[in-house]
Design a protein around this ligand. Structure first.
Ligand SMILES: Nc1ccn([C@@H]2O[C@H](COP(=O)(O)OP(=O)(O)OP(=O)(O)O)[C@@H](O)[C@H]2O)c(=O)n1
Length: 403
């Protein structure tokens, strides 16, 4: 029996409420695994014999997110808990979602449909564990093993293939031989997956504390040959510098891949992996900063051009690519940032209108923007003081080419 502290203590109220209404309920999946591993707990998932309708009636604040699959979110003390009815899944003709699910009355069959033994654990409100597939032994021996027939588990949902690699990267676990063989047998089914689901797992894989183990599996199983872009450019993965340190976003991963193979543009990565605009902006900034650094090193312009939020990502990437004594520190970047006399172009002491007044008989045109770009660079590099008079004097000495 395990003593349950935060955040299980708060969630116990949900289980108790379900039990008061005559239902069974357990903590399940990743939260139990992470509790046994002494890792920080993410989402708390609860499995119950109560049907979704009953769950909705018992609790006041509910969000019916996936009623067809038996899932209701219950809000309690400002937290969300996924409460899912015990179920077995029907066939998976699209290899993504079960065609139908059947609600059942006992937890045993529900645990049997789950992906890995370490994820097929349930725990009651008193901390007693139900472990039908020796998940605790596998946790002890640091093993990832499918529940039952691996071929079937992976065919039901090919995302589990990438999940296996991701768990090895997060936990430092080895994939058990039979499970590894099954992955090799079914990996071509990855092509049927929605790319957003794959990206979600790849981000976690590259962020894992044991990322090099995850990448080794990615290579060893050939799984990467079924991923967008890497299908066409398989050598990209081979070229990732080893060993690497964990990366924190998909944009950082794209920027790294782009750095090792510049033939594939950032836009193409974004398009094929269906990334968000936020990822696009971050990846473009990081890639530009890496390219700039390679040519000019760390200077005012690099720090000025890179958004503050991406400094750490840039450092992570750059330090993967640099030999030890040259590594960049956050302190170095921060002290350059502190000395910058402008933060954006808008901070320049002179604008387009001022320039026109200096050249009264000229037409407006792109030359104004070009001149402002040059002034911006001079100011950022501290070659010109950011004062109207000083900038005007600089323009006198460096007149624009008016088109
Ligand atoms: N393709 C999947 C996805 C999930 N699960 C089951 O559903 C649980 C919850 O899934 P999820 O929240 O995606 O992952 P976790 O295991 O909780 O891990 P994490 O929270 O770290 O993502 C898993 O533990 C596993 O029992 C599964 O069997 N097959």
């Amino acid at each position: 029996m395990i003593m349950l502290n935060h955040p299980f203590e708060e969630a116990t109220a949900i289980i108790e409420e379900l039990e008061i209404h005559g239902h069974q309920a357990y903590f399940v999946g990743g939260c139990v695994r992470d509790l046994l591993l002494n890792r920080s707990i993410g989402d708390i998932d609860i499995a119950t014999s109560a049907k979704p309708q009953a769950v909705q009636e018992i609790f006041q604040k509910v969000i019916p997110v996936g009623i067809d699959h038996g899932t209701v979110i219950v809000r309690h003390n400002k937290q969300s808990y996924e409460v899912t009815t015990f179920r077995i899944d029907g066939s998976y003709s699209d290899k993504r979602h079960p065609d139908d699910v059947q609600f059942i009355q006992t937890i045993d069959q529900d645990l049997k449909r789950r992906d890995f033994t370490i994820n097929a654990l349930a725990m009651d409100k008193d901390g007693s564990i139900i472990d039908l597939f020796n998940g605790r032994d596998d946790i002890k021996h640091k093993l990832i093993r499918t529940v039952g027939n691996g071929y079937e588990r992976f065919t039901e949902d090919a995302l589990r293939i990438i999940r296996a690699l991701r768990f090895s990267s997060q936990l430092g676990f080895v994939i058990e031989d039979k499970t590894l063989d099954n992955i090799k047998q079914v990996q071509h089914q990855i092509k049927d997956l929605a790319v957003e689901r794959i990206a979600n797992e790849i981000v976690k894989l590259f962020a894992g504390d044991f990322v090099n183990l995850g990448i080794d599996y990615l290579k060893q199983t050939n799984v990467y040959k079924h991923l967008p872009i890497m299908i066409e450019y398989p050598y990209i993965v081979e070229r990732i510098p080893a060993p690497i340190k964990p990366l924190h976003s998909f944009a950082e991963i794209i920027a790294l891949f782009h750095h090792v193979e510049s033939e594939v543009s950032i836009q193409e990565w974004i398009r094929q992996w269906k990334c968000s605009n936020k990822t696009r902006i971050e990846a473009l900034q990081l890639a530009d900063a890496l390219t700039y650094y390679r040519k000019y090193g760390l200077d005012n312009w690099l720090v000025y051009s890179l958004h503050h939020d991406y400094y750490n990502g840039f450092i992570r990437l750059q330090n993967l690519l640099l030999p030890c004594p040259s590594k960049i520190s956050r302190h170095e970047i921060d002290s350059i940032e502190d000395q910058l006399c402008i933060q954006t172009k808008k901070d320049l002491a002179l604008d387009g209108n001022d320039i026109h007044q200096l050249f009264p008989n000229t037409k407006k045109g792109p030359w104004v923007g070009h001149l402002l770009d040059r002034i911006e660079k001079e100011v950022v590099f501290d070659n010109v003081t950011n004062e109207k008079l000083m900038i005007k004097e600089w323009i006198n000495w460096n007149p624009p080419e008016i088109d």
